[in-house]
Design a protein around this ligand. Structure first.
Ligand code: FE2
Length: 413
């Protein structure tokens, strides 16, 4: 007897159907036919079962706050930062937690059970940080949240910011963040990257830096991150987020950087939904796509994962919580339309994200925690093509969401 059996699932890389049996919070058996019965059994109808989606990059402190106090009419990064500057003075713990929880629930219903959120730690009361650290622990039994201490206004742009960043780590942030391209000078930017690496070592934390999120082809802080990773040999624990300027670098420089990345690969996180709308705003025509070199990084064996970045906030008014939207946009903007390339985009919102977040207990294997998404699609390609909510979401062995396929229906006559 098992607690739950998912019958007739498709698994990536296998041709025949499989059953997945769950006991308590663990996967107990995976076989063509699992003998025995489950207290509960679900016929998965020959649909794909996979490990959950991983949201590698989101800002839960600002999620679901669009229009407060006003909407971003220009659509630029800078108006977004301005509006957030007006809003963040009125943040309360309850306000942050209510919006963040709603966003986490929205994502979980779409099969996202691992989330890395940035939180602005240049707000001197650290209200949002405390709110999200508390929420991270409150939701632990159904979703996993990693909190990045993110100095939105820069580490050296105001004298108190460096201390606030370190205080955020003392209070329990999981990851150290930075924003070197937004520091006042190139020298401050370089210094900020080095400081992030020092703090990560001191407090034994991961690194995730908003890096080169501009169209300026002279914004070259990824090279500083890679250089630090080469010196310290810690590339697997390092992520460079956005890196949109990488899309504007000349090919000779990009080629050189790819060579450095072969010496010590770091993780890259792209956010194509938002960056295709934010970047290139100062271009006339042709307008740039605002995406890092996702396809070339993937071709060079560098780990790339994807994030939504924003859901209905001052920077991006759309967003549904569905990582398949992000993969779908990547297929378009990165021109990854080959079948293998589309499968790679599915990996970028699942297994690659788990690698970036350094999650060991991830994957459909006996003995691992039963975090499973049964898609409303037979394979990764169809999942991205139709972007349906999942048929079943299992978290820690429990069914937490179920959605029948929402196919359009047509009646004529
Ligand atoms: Fe971001």
């Amino acid at each position: 007897m098992y607690d739950l059996i998912l019958r007739r699932c498709r698994l990536q890389g296998r041709t025949e159907l499989h059953d997945i049996a769950i006991e308590g919070a663990r996967i107990a058996a995976i076989a063509a036919v699992v003998d025995g019965q489950g207290a509960s059994e679900i016929d998965c109808g020959e649909n794909l079962a996979s490990a959950p989606f991983v949201e590698s990059h989101i800002h839960l402190d600002s999620a679901l706050s669009a229009g407060q106090p006003r909407f971003n009419e220009s659509g630029t990064l800078f108006e977004g930062i301005q509006i957030w500057g007006e809003r963040k003075g009125s943040l309360t713990r309850e306000d942050v937690q209510a919006r963040a929880l709603k966003a986490l629930e929205l994502m979980a219903a779409h099969g996202v059970l691992f989330v890395r959120t940035h939180v602005d730690v240049t707000e001197p009361r650290l209200i949002a940080l405390d709110a999200l650290l508390e929420l991270r622990d409150q939701v632990r039994d159904w979703t996993t949240v990693q909190v990045v201490a993110f100095p939105q206004d820069g580490i050296y742009s105001r004298p108190e910011n460096e201390g606030l960043l370190e205080e955020a780590l003392r209070r329990g942030a999981d990851v150290v963040g930075g924003i070197p391209h937004y520091e006042l000078t190139r020298e401050d930017g370089v210094r900020s990257v080095v400081r992030v690496f020092e703090l990560a070592e001191k407090y034994d934390r991961l690194i995730d830096i908003h890096c080169d999120e501009v169209d300026d082809e002279q914004s070259r802080f990824v090279e500083v991150m890679v250089a630090e990773a080469i010196k310290r040999g810690n590339g697997a624990r390092v992520a460079a987020s956005h890196t949109t300027a990488f899309g504007s670098y000349n090919d000779a420089y990009a080629y050189k950087l790819m060579g450095f990345l072969r010496r010590e690969p770091i993780n890259f996180i792209a956010n194509p939904l938002i960056n295709i709308t934010l970047q290139g705003r100062m271009d006339t025509y042709p307008k740039r796509r605002g995406l890092t070199r996702v396809k070339e990084l993937w071709q060079n064996g560098v780990n790339v994962s994807l994030g939504q970045d924003c859901i209905y906030d001052p920077w991006y008014i759309l967003g549904t919580g569905n990582m398949l939207d992000v993969a779908h946009m990547t297929v378009h903007v990165a021109q990854m339309t080959g079948l293998q390339e589309i499968d790679a985009c599915f990996d970028m919102v699942t297994v690659n994200g788990a690698r970036t977040l350094q999650i060991d207990d991830y994957g459909l294997e006996v003995g691992k925690t039963a975090n499973i998404v049964v898609h409303n699609a037979p394979d990764a390609f169809s999942a991205i093509r139709f972007r349906q909510p999942p048929r079943v979401v299992v978290s820690r062995g429990r069914v937490i969401a179920e959605s029948p396929a929402a196919q359009p229906s047509l009646t004529i006559g």
